[in-house]
Design a protein around this ligand. Structure first.
Ligand code: GDP
Ligand code: MG
Length: 303
């Protein structure tokens, strides 16, 4: 890597109504299927992380389930999760589709106004392949006069139109920062890497500070079995017996909860049923074990 070049890294939230093409865009940018694309709305029920690493930048995408009027409990949860993604983001991409013209649903507008303070807000008009080129101009004009957006970029996520321009814009707004994640583990085996991240995420959701921060997750096996079901065997590694006890819980109840949540999240990611086999193991000083760190994907010195 060129020592004098500036490296940028940061979080990018993709928000917008269901079906506007958020997952399609994420997949197109990452050129691999990390999120689930469906013709029906609301299949993405939670944040899915996608990471794009180049020599100059690391872009960490937060896919969001869509901002809707919260009519049902599930919707409320989805909106809350979208707002969380907004809070974490350095750049917010607000996706709309060309056929909707200058219309933004009020809930999207409100949510963005409330949470995007200090964030670079980029309006992405998707599906320009579905309309005449000139038909997009009034909307671009309207939104540029609104002063809400740092940039307005028309794209077609499906046809790959203008994606490089979008990426350049995103990277332009990211802060100078070294990569947050090792580039290798993400590109080589994204699903394996994300499965471990999702298990870790559930541990963070369910337990208080000290335990999650002393925890690593190692995927021991990740393979397809009959009928397209995926078998995953993973070790949750902690530093002390007391932490192991907490993660397993009474009669295994805590581990079961981690497993259930993680399995659902991984199934959302891979789009197939998953059998998740979790074990908790104690490795004192696992942070100092170089071989283990490498297997876990932490290898900052190597690049
Ligand atoms: P999400 O709910 O926002 O994640 O939307 P998806 O990515 O699941 O896309 C919803 C539908 O819109 C799918 O059928 C996609 O193939 C389609 N779609 C996404 N982007 C484009 C695009 O640029 N052009 C066209 N014509 N269809 C698109
Ligand atoms: Mg989606």
């Amino acid at each position: 890597m060129n020592q004098t070049s500036i490296h940028k890294a940061g979080y990018v939230a993709i928000v917008g109504e269901p079906n506007v093409g958020k997952s399609t865009l994420l997949n197109a940018l990452l050129e691999q299927k990390l999120s689930i694309v469906s013709a029906r709305p609301q299949t993405t029920r939670q944040r899915i992380l996608g990471i794009l690493s180049t020599d100059e930048a690391q872009v960490i995408f937060l896919d969001t389930p869509g901002l809707l009027e919260p009519k049902y409990l599930l919707h409320e949860k989805m909106v809350r999760s979208s707002l969380l993604a907004l809070e974490d983001a350095d750049v917010v991409l607000l996706l709309t589709e060309a056929s909707r013209g200058s219309h933004l649903p009020p809930v999207v507008e409100q949510a963005v106004k409330r949470t995007a303070a200090g964030k670079k807000l980029v309006l992405v008009i998707n599906k320009v392949d579905t309309v005449q080129r000139q038909a997009v101009l009034p909307a671009i004009d309207h939104f540029s006069h609104s002063g809400m957006f740092a940039d307005i970029i028309p794209i077609s996520a499906l046809k790959g139109e203008n994606l490089q321009e979008l990426l350049k814009t995103i990277v332009g707004y990211l802060p100078e920062h070294p990569a947050f994640y090792p580039a290798d583990s993400v590109t080589e085996q994204p699903e394996r890497f994300f499965a471990a991240e999702l298990i870790r995420e559930k541990i963070f959701e369910l337990f208080r500070e000290e335990v999650p921060y002393s925890t690593a997750v190692q995927i021991v096996e990740f393979k397809e079995r009959e009928l397209g079901k995926i078998y995953i065997n993973a070790d949750i590694i902690v530093e002390r017996d007391s932490q192991k006890g907490i993660l397993i819980g009474k009669g295994g109840s805590a581990l079961k909860r981690i497993g259930q949540r993680a399995r659902i999240a991984i199934e959302e990611m891979v789009g197939r049923p998953v059998f998740l086999d979790l074990h908790v193991k104690v490795r004192e000083k696992w942070r100092e074990d170089e071989g283990l760190l490498r297997r876990l994907g932490y290898s900052p010195e190597e690049k």
